[in-house]
Design a binder for this molecule. Structure first.
Ligand SMILES: *[C@@H]1O[C@H](CO)[C@@H](O)[C@H](O)[C@H]1NC(C)=O
Ligand SMILES: *[C@@H]1O[C@H](CO)[C@@H](O)[C@H](O)[C@H]1NC(C)=O
Ligand SMILES: *[C@@H]1O[C@H](CO)[C@@H](O)[C@H](O)[C@H]1NC(C)=O
Length: 373
């Protein structure tokens, strides 16, 4: 590691150190949200939420590509191209990404840069986090397509929503005081219909970006990666720069939960590799990457919003007591962001229902909470 450190200094000067300080500063500010939410503060728009965390510096980041923001912060183009872009391409295949889309990457970068022990995963799959949360919230789950109708009741100040569920066993429904939407409302995404709203609930045209995950059990083709002698090939992960000729974004060995020893294993032996790409890999492409393989699993998915700067957030409040969580995904897309957006919406719905305006959209919370201690 000492020699690696010297090489890093030789190639990139102080950029790597500056980067960890830069990342730390952004993360420090970002993590203020946990204190705000612990004290029950909520924000009525995603812009206000970001502003409360990092002020104009943060909202300005929204208008810049990562290139622009990092150049302005004094990072060298070489460092951006060779270190930042490859790391971004692991999680966010599309460049130029907006910097706050960068926050999601930061979490990854922090764990990438740190020791492997900083990473964790759930035995049985990280998807168990979602079913576990549903279970512990004691929610009733109705799998259905949904129509949300605003109910008119002349002279009645109480706003009610009719939610109609089209389930496999037919139509059911109920009326609600408050409705929270926790699914992306983009074109052909959540497929929720709104009726009777005037003005109508807007369409959010932002498309989601497709990432293809391919899991391959096989041996990497060392010569494709420029190694004449396969025995000399010891890499457990391969990142790429922003080269349009490349057909994959990143490649990394996957190890089972609890098996921390596998990272040191010689990757020439058969292993499970995770390949990220924009398109589904062809047989020819797989035959270039792998000298042999015996099983392939392909999963194309709409992983995160297509980022493009500058751009506006969708609103959180769609109608009086109708809330939308996924707008915050346009800042960064991660399970953690969804949890933050959900808690904010729950607090906001509660405060607005009870008229607690002092807990909504407070400025200078950071200073206020400091002096409270
Ligand atoms: C971002 O850009 C938009 C349009 O170019 C502009 O209206 C907005 O004021 C900018 N926001 C910030 C924080 O610079
Ligand atoms: C309910 O869903 C089924 C299957 O998708 C569809 O054929 C039907 O038209 C839907 N009914 C309503 C009232 O939307
Ligand atoms: C491995 O990579 C080399 C060099 O790109 C290529 O010629 C060869 O077809 C690839 N596949 C196998 C199975 O060796």
């Amino acid at each position: 590691s000492f020699i690696n450190f010297l090489k890093l200094l030789w190639h990139y000067g102080l950029n790597p150190l500056r980067m960890s300080m830069w990342v730390e500063d952004i993360l420090d500010k970002f993590m203020r949200i946990y204190r705000y939410q612990m004290h029950d503060y909520a924000f009525s728009s995603n812009e206000r939420l970001l502003h409360a965390l990092g002020g104009n510096d943060f909202t300005r980041l929204l208008n810049q590509t990562i290139d622009e923001a990092m150049q302005k912060a004094g990072f060298s183009q070489k460092f951006i191209n060779e270190v930042v872009c490859p790391a971004m391409r692991v999680n966010y295949a599309g460049l130029p990404s907006r910097v706050v889309g960068f926050l999601g990457f930061l979490a990854g970068a922090v764990s990438l840069a740190g020791v492997q022990s900083g990473l964790w995963s759930v035995k049985g799959g990280n998807k168990l986090v979602c079913s576990g949360l549903i279970y512990s919230s004691k929610a009733e789950v109705i799998p259905a397509t949904v129509v949300i109708t605003k109910l008119f009741s002349a002279g009645d100040p109480v706003k009610l929503y009719q939610v109609t569920y089209n389930t496999s066993s037919g139509l059911t429904g109920d009326t609600y005081d408050i409705v929270l939407i926790a699914a992306p409302l983009g074109h052909r995404m959540a497929n929720i219909n709104f009726q009777n709203f005037d003005p109508p609930i807007p369409e959010f045209p932002n498309p989601y970006h497709q990432t293809v995950t391919t899991l391959v059990h096989g041996r990497l083709n060392a010569s494709f990666f420029g190694y004449q002698d396969p025995q000399a090939f010891h890499l457990g992960a391969i990142f790429t720069t922003n080269n349009p000729k490349l057909f994959f974004n990143s490649l990394g060995m996957v190890s089972p939960v609890g098996d921390i020893g596998v990272a040191g294993k010689l990757p020439l032996q058969s292993a499970i590799w995770k390949v990220f790409s924009k398109e589904v890999l062809t047989k020819e492409q797989l035959n270039l990457l792998f000298s042999s393989y015996d099983s392939v699993k392909v999963k194309p998915w709409l992983a995160y919003p297509e980022y493009s700067a500058p751009e506006k957030f969708p609103p959180i409040v769609l109608h009086e007591h109708l809330y939308y969580l996924n707008g915050l995904e346009r800042a960064a897309s991660a399970m953690e962001m969804s949890a933050i957006a959900a808690r904010n919406a729950a607090l906001l719905a509660f405060h607005r229902w009870h008229g607690h305006s002092a807990s909504v959209d407070q400025e200078d919370l950071h200073e206020k909470l400091k002096t409270e201690l």
